[in-house]
Design a protein around this ligand. Sequence first.
Ligand SMILES: Cc1cc2nc3c(=O)[nH]c(=O)nc-3n(C[C@H](O)[C@H](O)[C@H](O)COP(=O)(O)OP(=O)(O)OC[C@H]3O[C@@H](n4cnc5c(N)ncnc54)[C@H](O)[C@@H]3O)c2cc1C
Length: 385
Amino acid sequence: MYMKTLAQKYNLHARARFRHEVKQLEWLEESMKWEVNVLDSKTNQRHSLRYDFVFCGTGEYHLPNSPDIFSSFKGSMMHSAEWNPEFQLEGKTVAVVGSGASAIQIIPSIAQQVGKLLSYQRTPAWVISRLQFNIAPWMQWAFATIPGIRRLYRTSIYLANEIQYPAFQIQGLLSHVARPIAILLVCLSNEYYPALMRDNVEVIRDDIIQVTQDSIVTKDRRDKIDVLILATGFRIHEYFGPMEIVGRKGENILRKWKVDGPSIYLGIVSHLMPNLFFIHGPGVDLGHNTGLFTIECQVNWILQMVNEMEGQGASAVSVKESVEQAYMLRHQRDMKNTVWSSNDCGSYYANSQGLITIVYPRSQIDYWLRTLKFNPDNFEFLIRR
Ligand SMILES: Cc1cc2nc3c(=O)[nH]c(=O)nc-3n(C[C@H](O)[C@H](O)[C@H](O)COP(=O)(O)OP(=O)(O)OC[C@H]3O[C@@H](n4cnc5c(N)ncnc54)[C@H](O)[C@@H]3O)c2cc1C
């Protein structure tokens, strides 16, 4: 609702180019601009545009992870991130594979309409109930009339989430609670368990050992299904892929990051990519609070940086390599103190080298304080010759 209101307020829909996929960003050293190569999927034409600044908000959870084993299925199949509303689910036998944040939303939404729902669950999610109640008339009155009360209410919700942060520290008293949560992320739902209790819903805990063109096979059973829904997560370590970014000195950033892990200051900027700002990029995800506030912190910080750059008459701004390296060292050091780094946790967030590159190791208030004020000393301001 909040995001929809903002999009309306700033008329963002009129400015958006829908069905345009950015294929490549290339930093042009001489003109200090980014060349953006775009595919218009309506016309299938590619074209290039040049920009002074690029904000990259491509998300972390957008590349579907569809395990190969399912490719032999020949019926209707979709990943949760590629939902096809045309699929007929009424009366059908539907399998939902996965039991994370996507599955716990999908299962209650479709359980009523399908004939039979088979929920294939490898690791059960940690589900807690959502604080959801009708706003009583006296509260509505208070929200409408007493100045500051809505802000106070929202702040109390925020702080109730934020105080859960110590649970994610290994030495924290609450870490034994957070460890399982960090493996899968905690899921909030009041509808998931009631959906699982329905007569037409069955939970299957055995590993899937084979998928044929119309069935899923486990050690004890073979189920013929009409529709297969994969709630099997995302390829989070491909960062902004499959888009390519060619930064300073012709460096192919994604290829480099896939090998070395991302190197990024505050999860926003990298010395290899002047004037390119990541929004909710690598290293800022949280297990306990909202990503929206992180995004707002980042945007405020970036605007200060751009103002400073303009004030200095520069054409581009780039974080100093030494500052970025020191930040990344501290990020990895702090990460060692979190439950994500413990042996039984973190597999989802760890890259091929075992580095946890997705989450922020400290509290969100810490991130807010770090991004409150832009420090020009940490940056190079580049002047176009
Ligand atoms: C099931 C699920 C539950 C979640 N629950 C929460 C939660 O409770 N709280 C929370 O804070 N976060 C939650 N998240 C994380 C959530 O994804 C982020 O907080 C939020 O969506 C981040 O917004 P974003 O704009 O950065 O990315 P996204 O919402 O992922 O948006 C990225 C956009 O960029 C587009 N894009 C990507 N590549 C290109 C390209 N090359 N060219 C053009 N466009 C491109 C994508 O199509 C997409 O529209 C959840 C995620 C999932 C999957």
